[in-house]
Design a binder for this molecule. Sequence first.
Ligand SMILES: [Zn+2]
Length: 175
Amino acid sequence: MGAGYKMRARYWVLGARCTYIYFMASKKIVTIGNEVLRQKTEDLDPQELQTPEFLQLLDDMIDTMATANGVGLAAPQIGVSKRVFVAETDDGPIALINAHITHYHKKMAKYEEGCLSIPGKFADVWRHREVTVEALTASGEPIQFVAKGFFARVMQHEIDHLDGILYVDRIEEQK
Ligand SMILES: [Zn+2]
């Protein structure tokens, strides 16, 4: 998701990892029109989370998000069709794996959104004010939480990416 917002996450901030030292690499961000953005991702096998390749993917995603000055980035946005995204918080970046929304609060809110895969464009999008999210942390721990306000918006935007949905689709829906 695009830049310009701050949020606070009390949980799941990625600490420094000492096991491996990676050369972090900012990846090219895939833009609208690329088929990978339209694929629905499957849940990951939790076994995969501890592989060097997966840890490298997370690092690359965080680096790519930071370089692009974004607040969220889903794996399909760097061409990897896996069910994982990263998001920026005031406390540092978080990664969520196999995230699904299990409950939508009825109340809606409209706010301006952008997307790193749709450069230079912003539009008002209606989203649920609160959502319940179930996911795994980067270390594979199952979590469930209620996201509110702007954080709820980021969760909906990024989980949409994992289902092949872009915010512009939501605008069409709401017309
Ligand atoms: Zn996006």
